[in-house]
Design a binder for this molecule. Structure first.
Ligand SMILES: [Zn+2]
Ligand SMILES: [Zn+2]
Ligand SMILES: [Zn+2]
Length: 162
């Protein structure tokens, strides 16, 4: 189901309303598995991450979630990360940036601005993904590792910083 959702998001740019419902349903299930409730605040945070086209800092998330205290946003994001709904990406600055878990949002890569720390999502070409998979198979055979994923980020300076 996650795969279907990822394809849906990719092909239309924006998720369809029922894709939104599917995502919130999956998020609610994961939170419930931790014996936690999928509260309105948690739903609002997932909504903010879903609408964003790049990983967001707490400050950026709060700009779109009026009235939510920072401490509660931070606590709720921690729960969402523990539940596997969201993940925190470390950056060049001290600010963590949050996005939806990859199996919910779809596989992608990041551009990182080494000056201001902004992260941008991008999709690698099918050709590059195939080359990476071929490399993974070869390395798995050589090392005995079971390879379950990969990360590939580009560092540089964003248009505002160069
Ligand atoms: Zn920058
Ligand atoms: Zn991302
Ligand atoms: Zn990739």
């Amino acid at each position: 189901m996650a795969e279907v959702l990822a394809d849906e998001r990719r092909s239309k740019g924006r998720p369809a309303p029922d894709a939104d419902a599917v995502l919130h349903g999956a998020a609610a299930e994961r939170v419930a598995a931790l014996d936690q409730r999928y509260t309105a605040s948690r739903r609002a945070l997932v909504h903010a991450l879903l609408e964003a086209e790049r990983p967001l800092t707490i400050t950026e998330i709060l700009a779109g979630a009026k009235g939510m205290p920072q401490s509660s946003a931070y606590r709720n994001l921690t729960v969402l990360c523990e539940a596997g709904v969201a993940r925190r990406l470390p950056g060049v600055d001290d600010l963590g940036r949050f996005e939806l878990a990859e199996d919910l949002a779809g596989h992608h890569h990041h551009l990182q601005c080494t000056s201001c720390g902004t992260l941008l999502d991008f999709d690698a070409s099918a050709q590059l993904e195939q080359a990476l998979m071929a490399a993974a198979r070869r390395i798995a055979a050589e090392t005995g590792y079971e390879i379950t994923g990969h990360r590939l980020d580009f560092d540089g300076r964003c248009p505002r910083c160069h």
